[in-house]
Design a protein around this ligand. Structure first.
Ligand SMILES: [Zn+2]
Length: 153
């Protein structure tokens, strides 16, 4: 089983240095997170928690890195928001599916820009072997990620 704390620290160090001062914990929850396998939340003291599905206990480090990098990219977007901007963002996401789409796809682009495109692709492949394939409305697709990776090489 991969220990989450040192892995999150390595990802932050190499790709999300702005988050070094942010309190982020990550842990495996005892119940399945079926749809997305990971999620994050913030408590009222500006501490973030990344919850990880127990089924990810036995995956490769690449798969886990891709999933964690996506959540860290969300947190990176969140830390710059004050409470009212954060609330209006969540309201927009609930009200407009296109806004949710825009947000998820731009979060994935942040993951790519921070150097984790291959790991994100590994994560997407893992997830799609276990649930229905992602659509463009959900996130960057396998096809798009492969094209981006080819373009970067
Ligand atoms: Zn997301």
């Amino acid at each position: 089983m991969i220990e989450l704390k040192p892995l999150v620290e390595r990802i932050v160090d190499s790709g999300f240095p702005e988050l070094k001062q942010v309190r982020i914990c990550a842990f495996y929850v005892p119940y399945p997170i079926r749809k997305a396998f990971l999620c994050f939340g913030r408590n009222n003291r500006n501490k973030y928690a990344i919850k990880v599905c127990p089924s990810l206990k036995n995956v490769s480090e690449g798969v886990l890195t891709g999933g964690l990098a996506h959540e860290l990219a969300h947190i990176l977007g969140e830390v710059s928001l004050d409470d009212s901007s954060s609330k209006s963002y969540f309201r927009l996401c609930r009200t407009y599916s296109w806004y949710q789409t825009l947000h998820e796809r731009s979060t994935d682009l942040t993951v790519v820009k921070r150097g984790f495109a291959k790991q994100l692709l590994e994560f997407v492949i893992y997830v799609e072997q276990r649930r229905e394939p992602y659509q463009k409305k959900d996130c960057l697709t396998q096809r798009e990620l492969r094209a981006i990776i080819r373009g970067l090489e």
